[in-house]
Design a protein around this ligand. Structure first.
Ligand SMILES: Cc1cc2nc3c(=O)[nH]c(=O)nc-3n(C[C@H](O)[C@H](O)[C@H](O)COP(=O)(O)OP(=O)(O)OC[C@H]3O[C@@H](n4cnc5c(N)ncnc54)[C@H](O)[C@@H]3O)c2cc1C
Length: 457
């Protein structure tokens, strides 16, 4: 069997960008990428819709995401600006509203409280930015001992402010605040541009989209890699990784025991909760095992509803979006020239929504839009798409894996370290924009550097 220099496990953005970077730095490397699904792109999925496509997975890019913008440029892809319901007052430009699901004005007192807490979060997030110094961060242990919800219980007085903050957490992380470590949330905010970085509106992470669909990033990289002799093998789930054999060779095998690949180095570019679905020999370090078992995936179902008529202008929403139905975060768009709404159902609501049949999901979303826009035209759709990521075997949820209390400060630092000749990538292991495309590239490039160093030894 051919011994590859490098095997990469997972043909998502992280694995493919890692392969690409290794080839840039060491052009003659022999590389194989193993992918369980019948397609590349992982948590990005663009499906045809007439002459257009719709993104059922990751979609947006922000101006503070340089690696992703550079990749878009290198692959000669385009971006277009995301539209907002109220172009005169995009959500993030208004400090009251972090999320486009929030539309109820705050009183002066509520506004003051929200701004004060936002300021505190931003300041503390700065101190949690660097995982290498988590151990010396003065409040790390205290903040990591509580969930975001527990912290808000003690710190937030107004019910309206609390609702805004809970909505922020649910929409940007797809997690319930009671599941997420407060310290990990601060880290996330600190390395993702703060509240304006993760919020909706111009300048935030949802500023641009790719008109041809975000999966083009992975399709473009895979095509380029294959032209350079890299083997990208689809429909190849890996069930066992054996690094205990002779000569330092790493063997990857299927569930039936078939040897799929032998390689000198391995990059594991799947999210941490998936590490524990693989049999490792020798076992992963205790810290990585702990991370794999305890990090949990966020939960989201993405919906896209296409209409003949844009009935939401002028924008006069009736009440708080998520109180009217399952969708927590809503964006206007167009599909093949027709007006459409992208609605994200996240966190606890997504688990309930994912269990419903498609017709029931559609009925709930249309009913919610009817109430929110106070218009029966909301029922007059031409197409409805929904995609549940929670029950996807090779994702187990989205947008990404997150840390519960007491994980970051006990094993968080060990999560990125190579184990022998095995390196680890995937968006969760980024130190910039974890959970986003940018994070997938950040971790992929870091792992590529580690592999190149190993190959030179
Ligand atoms: C609905 C949704 C909306 C999102 N919105 C955005 C957004 O707007 N902007 C943004 O930046 N990010 C967004 N994200 C997150 C973004 O898509 C991810 O951060 C990114 O795509 C992760 O890339 P990755 O390569 O790290 O992981 P993945 O894309 O998960 O790639 C891992 C790959 O490994 C494969 N794999 C897993 N197990 C095995 C195995 N045992 N054997 C072989 N192969 C295996 C998987 O099939 C997958 O292809 C969103 C995600 C979703 C689902």
């Amino acid at each position: 069997m051919l011994l590859y220099d490098v095997c990469i496990l997972g043909a998502g953005l992280s694995g493919l960008s890692c392969a690409r970077k290794i080839l840039h730095q060491r052009p003659l490397s022999s590389i194989v990428v193993l992918e369980a699904r019948d397609r590349v792109g992982g948590r990005t999925l663009s499906v045809p819709a007439g002459a257009d496509s719709v993104d059922l997975g990751g979609q947006w890019v922000g101006p503070a995401q340089p690696k992703c913008l550079e990749l878009i440029n290198e692959l000669k892809l385009a971006t277009v600006k995301q539209q907002w319901f109220d172009e005169e007052a995009p959500a993030a430009a208004d400090a009251n509203n972090f999320s486009s699901g929030s539309s109820v004005p705050l009183t002066e007192e509520e506004d003051r409280e929200l701004k004060a807490i936002a300021g505190q979060l931003e300041g503390w997030a700065e101190s949690a930015r660097d995982p290498a110094s988590w151990a010396s961060c003065p409040h790390a242990a205290e903040w990591d001992a509580v969930s975001v919800a527990q912290f808000f219980d003690g710190a937030v007085k107004s019910a309206v402010v609390r609702r805004e903050l809970d909505l922020l957490v649910r929409t940007v992380t797809a997690s319930e605040p009671h599941d997420l470590s407060f310290f990990y949330f601060l880290f996330f905010l600190g390395v993702c541009g703060g509240l304006a970085g993760v919020g909706d509106g111009d300048g935030g992470a949802q500023s641009f989209k790719l008109p041809c669909g975000a999966q083009q990033l992975s399709l473009g990289m895979a095509e380029e890699l294959q032209a350079q002799g890299v083997h990208v093998r689809l429909n190849t789930p890996v069930a066992a990784i054996n690094c205990s054999g002779g000569g330092g060779t790493i063997t990857l095998a299927s569930a039936g025991g078939e040897v799929l690949v032998e390689a000198s180095c391995l990059v594991v570019a799947v999210s941490p909760p998936l590490w524990s679905t693989i049999t490792w020999s020798p076992a992963l370090s205790p810290a990585k095992q702990d991370v794999s078992v305890r990090m949990y995936m966020g939960s989201a179902v993405k919906t896209i509803t296409v209409y003949k008529e844009c009935f939401w202008k002028p924008f006069t929403p009736q009440g708080q979006l998520e109180e009217l139905g399952p969708v927590a975060n809503l964006f206007p768009t167009t599909v093949d020239g027709a007006p459409a709404l992208v609605g994200l159902v996240t966190a606890g609501a997504a688990k309930v929504f994912a269990a419903l049949p498609e017709e029931e999901r559609r009925a709930q979303v249309l009913g919610q839009y009817q109430k929110y826009f106070c218009s029966a035209k909301a029922l007059d759709f031409t197409a409805f798409h929904s995609k549940d990521w929670i029950n996807e075997t090779y994702s187990k949820g989205c947008y990404a894996a997150l840390m519960p209390p007491r994980l970051a400060t006990c094993c968080g630092g060990a999560v990125r370290a190579p184990e022998g000749r095995v390196c680890f990538a995937g968006t969760e292991l980024a130190i910039s924009w974890p959970g986003y495309f940018e994070g997938a590239l950040d971790a992929g490039y870091r792992a590529a550097g580690e592999v190149v160093a190993l190959l030179h030894q």
